[in-house]
Design a protein around this ligand. Structure first.
Ligand SMILES: Cc1ncc(C[n+]2csc(CCOP(=O)(O)OP(=O)(O)O)c2C)c(N)n1
Ligand SMILES: [Mg+2]
Length: 582
């Protein structure tokens, strides 16, 4: 059978190592679906219930494997649905290819049905964006789309009019020499210039209180980071996407930073005289040292991100692992360990506090208890995905990352709803590993149809839904940041266990802290997809590790100005603080 333009597309991306495509069919991509059907042994098509989830899955697949994540959607609405997930990939720097349909090529821009020029719609989200003009165009643009997504760590988009997908190889223009492109992947050494390395070493060797801030770019540099911390006597502070970069219970890290970070991390950044940023664009600038307080050195793969958040003296453009390996021999071992030791003492105290919160036996059950009990039960190679919300705070603080595990959520876009699709993508990529979603009831219900996707493909994912019947994070933001009583944040409660069962999966419910561990044990041991509904106290605020005066004032104002739940909130906070003091 003659090769169609859609066949050429799928063959080309297969040559780039693509083995999985997430998507949902439609008449704008029927030619592509047929090409996928014919190649179902080589490329797995995972059918989703909502295209947004397909884009999240592509993003997560890229995050967890380092490979190209691919999603496909039909013309018009299908493509539009992809957008949020594609922005997640753009903002967290993941290589993703989005393939979309268009209607008949000779009716485009004539008010025809689903006449949405997705190549124009996707202009902002993509690093490469094109519309196929005919079969002879396909290989050229598909090679370039894959190469660009990898090279610039972003979204490439190919929009494909539906009738062209079925066309067979036809005439080429006279300049379009056959087979003139290549699918060879090429890498640079990704090492900074020698003089920059020497200057970085001078700054770091002069520092007396050095803090290392690492992010997602350092995820594969665990050993190097710990060697660096040891050499410099420097605590490692982790941006959330860098949670798995070094183990929390290791001797060098103070854990996360920011609103959902830890006190010792914040203190390390407040007191340091040198800040060494390794693979991070952590966006909350107010948590970084004040400009002028500390000398700055930064490693980033992207030269455009040097000095983005902090005025560094030396920028090292390169891969974190390789750069650190080259830099380490140039660094002197600090004999004064006091800065690191203080951070270690602070981290020990912090973990004691997390344990106190995580082992509370109060009713209603605290969300921290669920995170703590889950953390204890994860396997050494577990992959844990989470959502935006207070849920991210418990994920960040109460689940200690171990070496070999992976953790992610939507970092820079901070969207809701990605947690379930991320977990599914993780399980598709790693059928043998324990893949867990730790999500809020608001985020989960946005895309909960995807639980059926897990059932359909018999994916043994474990989803823990923290049920507080509220858009918790926003409730607290309204109070703590603005001093307003909560408004528009209550959620209609639902029975998640019945939902899981209705999907053909297993559901467990827990609301008793005494039973939480046992129920999680049961859930983790149950084969197939499992959902745990953990009903928790909705009045536990995810307060910053150190509360500033404005936040406390706003909080008090919100309570005074008619916050409907003020007495329960005040009582919960008071009771917790008293318990933590005794
Ligand atoms: C798509 C999207 N819509 C809205 C928001 C704003 N937002 C951030 S967290 C949050 C609440 C999340 O609620 P839930 O999933 O129940 O988690 P909880 O905060 O209760 O733990 C909202 C509405 C967002 N980040 N993304
Ligand atoms: Mg909630």
């Amino acid at each position: 059978m003659a090769q169609t333009a859609a066949d050429i597309l799928i063959d080309t991306i297969h040559d780039w190592g693509v083995e999985v495509i997430f998507g949902l069919p439609g008449d704008g991509i029927n030619g592509i679906m047929e090409a996928l059907r014919k190649r179902r042994e080589e490329i797995r098509f995972i059918q989703v219930r909502h295209e947004e989830a397909a884009a999240f899955m592509a993003c997560a697949y890229a995050k967890y494997t380092g490979k190209l994540g691919v999603c496909v959607a039909t013309s018009g609405p299908g493509g539009i649905h992809l957008l949020n997930g594609l922005y997640d990939a753009k903002l967290d720097g993941q290589p993703v290819l989005a393939i979309t349909g268009h209607h008949f090529h000779d009716l485009i821009d004539t008010h025809a049905q689903q006449d949405v020029d997705l190549d124009r719609v996707f202009e902002d989200v993509s690093v490469y964006n094109t519309r196929v003009m005919g079969p002879a165009h396909v290989e050229n643009v598909a090679d370039l789309a894959c190469r660009t997504a990898f090279s610039y760590r972003g979204v490439a988009h190919i929009n494909f009019p539906t009738d062209l997908q079925e066309q067979e190889r036809g005439p080429r223009s006279k300049r379009n020499v056959v087979d003139h492109t290549s699918d060879v992947r090429a890498h640079s050494a990704r090492l900074p210039a020698e003089d920059a390395m020497a200057r970085a070493a001078v700054v770091l060797n002069a520092g007396k209180k050095i803090a290392i801030l690492c992010g997602r770019g350092a995820l594969d540099a665990s050993d190097e980071l710990e060697a660096l911390a040891d050499r410099l006597g420097a605590p490692i502070v982790k941006a959330l996407l860098g949670k798995a970069a070094v183990p929390d219970m290791g001797p060098y890290t103070t854990g996360g930073i920011g609103l959902l970070g830890t006190k010792p991390s914040q203190e390390a950044l407040e007191e340091c005289d040198t800040l060494f940023m390794v693979g991070t664009s952590f966006p909350y600038i107010e948590f970084l040292p004040k400009p002028g307080q500390a000398r700055g050195v930064q490693i980033d793969l992207d030269p455009a991100r040097i000095g983005l958040r902090y005025p560094v003296e030396v920028g090292l453009v390169g891969d974190c692992q390789r750069t650190l390996r080259e830099l380490l021999p140039k660094l002197e071992k600090k004999s004064d360990r006091s800065f690191l030791q203080r951070a270690q003492a602070g981290a020990k105290e912090w973990w004691k506090l997390m344990e106190t919160r995580g082992t509370s036996r109060d009713r209603p059950m605290k969300p921290q208890v669920v995170a703590w009990e889950l953390g204890k039960r994860l396997t050494d190679t577990a992959i844990v995905s989470s959502d935006s919300g207070t849920i991210a705070t418990w994920f960040a603080r109460q689940i200690p990352a171990r070496r070999g595990q992976m953790y992610s959520l939507s970092g820079t876009l901070a969207t809701m709803a990605n947690g379930l699709p991320y977990t599914i993508a993780a399980q598709i990529a790693y059928p043998e590993r324990q893949c867990v979603g730790f999500v809020g009831d608001g985020g989960f219900t946005m895309l909960m149809g995807e639980f059926l996707t897990a059932v359909k493909y018999r994916l043994p994912i474990k989803i823990v839904v923290i049920k507080n019947n509220t858009l918790g994070m926003i409730k607290w933001e309204q109070m703590v940041f603005l001093g307003n009583p909560e408004y528009g944040v209550e959620l209609q409660p639902m029975d998640f266990v019945a939902f899981a069962r209705a999907c053909g999966a297993t559901g467990f419910a827990v609301d008793d802290p005494e039973r939480c561990g046992a129920i999680l044990d049961q859930a983790l041991e149950t084969p197939g997809p499992v959902l745990v509904e953990a009903t928790v106290d909705p009045f536990v605020p995810p307060l910053p590790a150190k509360i500033n005066f404005d936040q406390a004032k706003h909080f008090a104002e919100a309570l005074a100005r008619g916050e409907p739940n003020r007495s329960r909130i005040a009582w919960t906070i008071l009771a917790d603080r008293v318990r933590e003091m005794i």
